[in-house]
Ligand binder design. Structure first.
Ligand code: ATP
Ligand code: MG
Ligand code: FE
Length: 344
């Protein structure tokens, strides 16, 4: 079946077409530059940008794939989690298309979509696997029995998401928004062992209650204190060493907990997704540690990791394969959709 996917949970308007595990087209418009001067996403601006970009992005996708609306078999749209206004634009568009074409509509979970998209790159998923979804808004570990129907959240961040922590430290270091990619670049020239920053929730006591949860706000505060102490004595900031040491702390915790979860649950495959999986320190450390542990690591190329329509179409296609009933057309958006809820 030919599945149209629509994504609008944050600042990317994405429309894609998927048939089975084949991606026909992936069309994305981003309003990220409109938010840069505010240093964060402004929901009202994002909603308006989605409203303006939705039809052109859809038309472009159909044109590139040389497909007309009538030949689509099903539509999938992000129902949550995300920003209410932006989500509403995508869901409204999807409902209008479903009504006009009479095709089934699936309201699906954005975070699970970040894992589902890997099927388009590396093919069918194994029986069970662990998914680590890390982005500007999420950092969660999922135990996946079936991407369409059987997802369990093993843990998540108690405060900042990984990308959010990078962006906050980026601001602290005077880097442009979003700071994540800048820190990544600087870190490659620095010494990851230069400064010993704390690893959140890794003490024996925290491990007992939060084995698979993350916390990055203490780390961010530690970087702030370190920077303040340096500035107080008028010393120049070693940006590369700070970045490398900070990035190493984040990658260390994410990968150590991921491997521990695999060992605990007998899993031999890890899928990493979400915009933060672009981070090279995470990619390198995950590759090294998974290889050591005999775990197969699947990380899609970066363009699949940031928000897009392909991830939503891929999850919609999984729903159809699993025989999931379509959503009722009166569903609403859910800004805090739980990760156990794969679809509405
Ligand atoms: P979501 O709603 O899924 O959270 P998002 O828009 O917040 O979406 P993405 O667009 O998926 O997140 O990812 C953007 C985040 O990833 C930003 O916080 C950005 O700084 C961070 N990021 C992107 N590339 C890198 C990188 N190479 N190193 C570190 N962080 C990065
Ligand atoms: Mg984004
Ligand atoms: Fe996302």
């Amino acid at each position: 079946p030919l599945v149209l996917g629509i994504e609008s949970s944050c600042d990317e308007t994405g429309v894609a077409l998927v048939r089975g595990n084949d991606l026909l087209v992936d069309s994305v418009a981003s309003s990220v530059e409109e938010h840069a001067r505010f240093g964060g996403i402004i929901p009202e601006i994002a909603s308006r940008a989605h409203l303006e970009a939705m039809v052109p992005t859809l038309s472009r996708a159909l044109q590139i794939a040389d497909v007309d609306l009538g030949s689509i078999d099903a539509i999938a749209v992000t129902a949550g989690p995300g920003l209410v206004g932006p989500l509403t634009v995508g869901v409204s568009a999807a409902k209008a298309l479903a009504l006009a074409t009479g095709k089934p509509l699936y309201g699906v979970n954005h975070v699970i979509g970040h894992a589902a998209v890997d099927q388009l790159v590396h093919g069918e998923f194994p029986e069970r696997f662990l998914a680590l979804v890390v982005s500007g808004g999420h950092s969660s570990m999922l135990l996946v029995d079936d991407i369409a129907t059987g997802v369990r959240e093993l843990g998540s961040t108690l405060d900042d998401a990984a990308g959010e922590a990078f962006d906050k430290v980026g601001r602290l270091l005077g880097l442009p928004y979003p700071g994540g990619p800048h820190i990544d670049r600087l870190a490659r020239e620095g010494d990851p062992a230069a400064i010993r920053f704390p690893r959140g929730l890794t003490s024996a006591k925290d491990q007992a209650a939060h084995a698979y949860d993350f916390s990055f706000s203490g780390l961010k505060t530690a970087v702030a204190r370190w920077v303040e102490a340096r500035e107080a004595v008028g010393q120049e900031l070693p940006l590369a060493d700070i970045s490398a040491s900070f990035a190493a702390a984040v990658a260390d915790v994410l990968t150590a907990k991921t491997i521990a979860a695999c060992e605990r649950h007998g899993l031999d495959t890890v899928v990493i997704g979400g915009g933060f999986s672009a981070n090279s320190q995470l990619r390198d450390m995950a590759a090294l540690r998974c290889a050591e542990a005999g775990i197969t690591l699947r990380v899609p190329p970066i363009r699949y990791c940031t928000d897009n329509g392909a991830m939503i179409a891929a999850l919609g296609a999984s729903m159809i394969r699993a025989g999931v009933a379509p959503s009722r057309l009166d569903f609403g958006v859910d800004s805090s959709m739980p990760l156990e809820v794969t679809h509405v």
